[in-house]
Design a protein around this ligand. Structure first.
Ligand SMILES: *[C@@H]1O[C@H](CO)[C@@H](O)[C@H](O)[C@H]1NC(C)=O
Ligand SMILES: *[C@@H]1O[C@H](CO)[C@@H](O)[C@H](O)[C@H]1NC(C)=O
Ligand SMILES: *[C@@H]1O[C@H](CO)[C@@H](O)[C@H](O)[C@H]1NC(C)=O
Ligand SMILES: *[C@@H]1O[C@H](CO)[C@@H](O)[C@H](O)[C@H]1NC(C)=O
Ligand SMILES: *[C@@H]1O[C@H](CO)[C@@H](O)[C@H](O)[C@H]1NC(C)=O
Length: 584
């Protein structure tokens, strides 16, 4: 098959591949609460954030030391105007302006402040300020406009999930009557007008802890079975309680009939709902009178249920949930069943276990941290993705040749590395449209940070989480023996390789690669070892014509895997590398 003009971008009318920005999908950050008397100093916290690959933080104030320490780090910051400053900001525009000047403008842009939270859970924590909330948000926004910062810095207010009167099924989602028309409606109009977003503190943990008899733990943790839970009204199926909470919020917003949603139809996502806090405790027990809880639907059996809920606070569950959040956002899979294209920013609560929160050391409130105060991780997590979100984009054979070709041209014309699939290049073989499309789609996808939208190609591609067989990485290659060279030549070359630096221990009797005990299998093992150890230098896979370089992982023979790197003994699995992007 001849693939012509792969580099030429045709003005294809058959295919409308929408451009997208990788920033679209969402950002996963961490809430940096400081209610502890044993927390590390700000400089070492900033070091820890950088070392951990955390690129966004939410603060519960606008602490000057912290904002200075975050300068020139590239870490984006949501600052907060605390509840006790809210009445003044609402009553007096000049007070709001002073606050913005001192707490935002004074640090921006060296410190990448991108949002101001006006108050926190006002309906719960400062009920008497409910009426001042939207006026305060509006004054803070006006102050940002005056300072020319309204494009860069958005204004929102984290609401507790208890702002919803109903949340199940999601389609029944609606805000509490006392705030729906009076506060939420003007707030949502404000968010929409200013290009901002709603922020919700959403805790599947507390929902589960209230009703462990009705909610499956796996579903709360975000890894429900394939069946999921169906909203009987919309028929939408939920595999994650967080998604159900977000969709309940979207339905609640929609019921207020905000201007945009009526003009653009119910499916528009404006404003988006982001998650200003979510997390899972690694220990402790939920206590009454702590954080606002979702209203339980059942009654009775309280003690028994609380106990079951309490057991859900564990290291294993916290690790599962928070890694689920990280993976969701990093993989770009941020949409919900009702709004599949929605972006989602998430701040995981919280950076540290904080010993001055809640009601004593056995309160879950003190156990939400990703780190202990001594900066040791409470469990493993990875904000850089790594193996957690290794994923690949592959071409969908059913899309048909015309669509694959158009999408292939699009990818090659928009930054995919298509040099490797040109004739003579490492990934030209197998020379099929499907293989070349998969290569190009995947290159495009990896280079765009594995954003889900970068693997759409109008339905001609899809994401997989296991490395597809035959994935070609032009930077990884192996040396294998040519059976056609014949046993005598192979044996001579095998002896040469083993005598000149190849590791031949694994092909001795009893070694992991002794079986299959054939000259060609042993020669492949030795040739490859020699090749890898010599840095894949030119001529190191020649062996007088008995060896050849391949760019697709060789078939695993028995239990023997040919290493793709020098010195590393891989005997069970091929390491998945994907195509590295500079940010990974
Ligand atoms: C709101 O109530 C708190 C006490 O709960 C009080 O300290 C504060 O002054 C009140 N604020 C207003 C504006 O009424
Ligand atoms: C599947 O998950 C749903 C939701 O988490 C749960 O209600 C249901 O019982 C589970 N089904 C099975 C067979 O485990
Ligand atoms: C940090 O603190 C935790 C919890 O107290 C403890 O288990 C861990 O061993 C400490 N790590 C170091 C390095 O001191
Ligand atoms: C592949 O494409 C076909 C036809 O367009 C579609 O029905 C199918 O769902 C796609 N498969 C995947 C995994 O996206
Ligand atoms: C291969 O390696 C080169 C140099 O290290 C790098 O620039 C290039 O991006 C890599 N290509 C892939 C597909 O990883």
């Amino acid at each position: 098959m001849a693939l012509t003009n792969v580099f030429v971008v045709l003005l294809s009318t058959a295919l409308a591949v929408l451009p997208f920005s990788p920033a679209d999908a969402g950002v996963v950050g961490v809430s940096y609460g400081r209610l502890g008397n044993d927390l590390p100093g700000t400089a070492s916290v900033v070091k820890l954030l950088k070392k951990s690959g955390i690129t966004s933080v939410r603060l519960y104030d606008a602490n000057s030391k912290v904002l200075k320490a975050l300068a020139n780090t590239g870490i984006t910051v949501m600052v907060m105007l605390p509840n006790d400053k809210l009445a003044a900001a609402a009553a007096d525009p000049s007070s709001a302006r002073r606050w913005v000047r001192r707490n935002v403008a004074a640090y921006y842009p060296a410190t990448q402040i991108h949002a101001v939270a006006v108050g926190n859970e006002v309906f719960e924590e400062a009920k008497n300020l409910t009426g001042q909330l939207v006026p305060a948000m509006s004054n803070v926004h006006d102050a940002l406009v005056k300072l020319g910062l309204d494009g860069a810095v958005k204004v929102s207010t984290p609401i507790a999930f208890t702002a919803l009167q109903e949340s199940w099924p999601p389609s029944a989602g609606r805000f509490r009557d006392d705030i729906a028309r009076s506060v939420m409606k003007p707030m949502i109009d404000f968010l929409e007008r200013t290009g901002s977003y709603l922020t919700v503190n959403a805790y599947p943990f507390f929902a589960y802890a209230e009703e462990p008899d009705k909610i499956s733990l796996d579903y709360a943790l975000g890894n429900s079975n394939a069946t999921g839970v169906r909203d009987p009204v919309t028929g939408l199926v939920y595999h994650s309680l967080l998604d159900a909470q977000l969709d309940a919020t979207y339905f609640a917003m929609e019921k207020l009939g905000t201007s945009r949603s009526s003009a653009r139809g119910p499916k528009s996502v404006a404003p988006a709902a982001h998650v200003s806090e979510s997390g899972w405790p690694s220990g402790g027990k939920p206590k009454r009178g702590g954080r606002p809880r979702p209203r339980p639907r059942g009654g009775g059996r309280r003690l028994e249920l609380e106990q079951a809920g309490g057991e859900a606070a564990s290291v294993a569950n916290a690790q599962a949930y928070n890694n689920y959040l990280i993976k969701r956002v990093l993989s770009g899979d941020t949409g919900t069943p009702y709004h599949p294209d929605a972006d989602m920013d998430v701040y995981i609560f919280s950076l540290f276990n904080e010993n001055q929160k809640g009601d004593g050391a056995d309160d879950v409130e003190q156990h939400f941290g990703l780190f202990y105060p001594n900066r040791t991780k409470v469990y493993e997590f990875d904000f850089r993705g790594g193996a957690l979100v290794a994923s690949w984009c592959v071409a969908n054979a059913s899309a048909g040749d015309a669509r694959l070709q158009a999408a292939l041209e699009y990818a090659c014309g928009h930054g995919a590395d298509c040099g490797a699939i040109q004739p003579g290049a490492p990934c030209f073989e197998p020379d099929t449209r499907l293989a070349h499309a998969s290569y190009a789609f995947n290159s495009y996808y990896q280079r765009n940070g594995r954003a889900k939208a970068a693997c759409d190609f109008d339905g001609a591609a899809y994401v997989v989480y296991h490395e597809p067989a035959g994935t070609c990485d032009p930077n990884v290659s192996w040396c294998v023996a040519n059976a056609a060279a014949g046993d005598a030549r192979l044996l001579a070359a095998l002896n040469y390789a083993c005598a000149n630096g190849a590791d031949c221990g694994a092909i001795q009797p009893g070694g992991a690669c002794f079986e299959p005990n054939t000259v060609v299998a042993h020669a492949s093992y030795a040739f490859n070892s020699y090749y890898q150890r010599k840095g894949r230098g030119s001529g190191t896979c020649d062996f007088a014509g008995a060896g050849s370089v391949v760019y697709h992982a060789p078939k695993i023979i028995g239990k023997c895997v040919l290493p793709s790197k020098a010195w590393i003994q891989e005997t069970t699995t091929v390491k998945s590398r994907g195509f590295k992007t500079s940010s990974v």
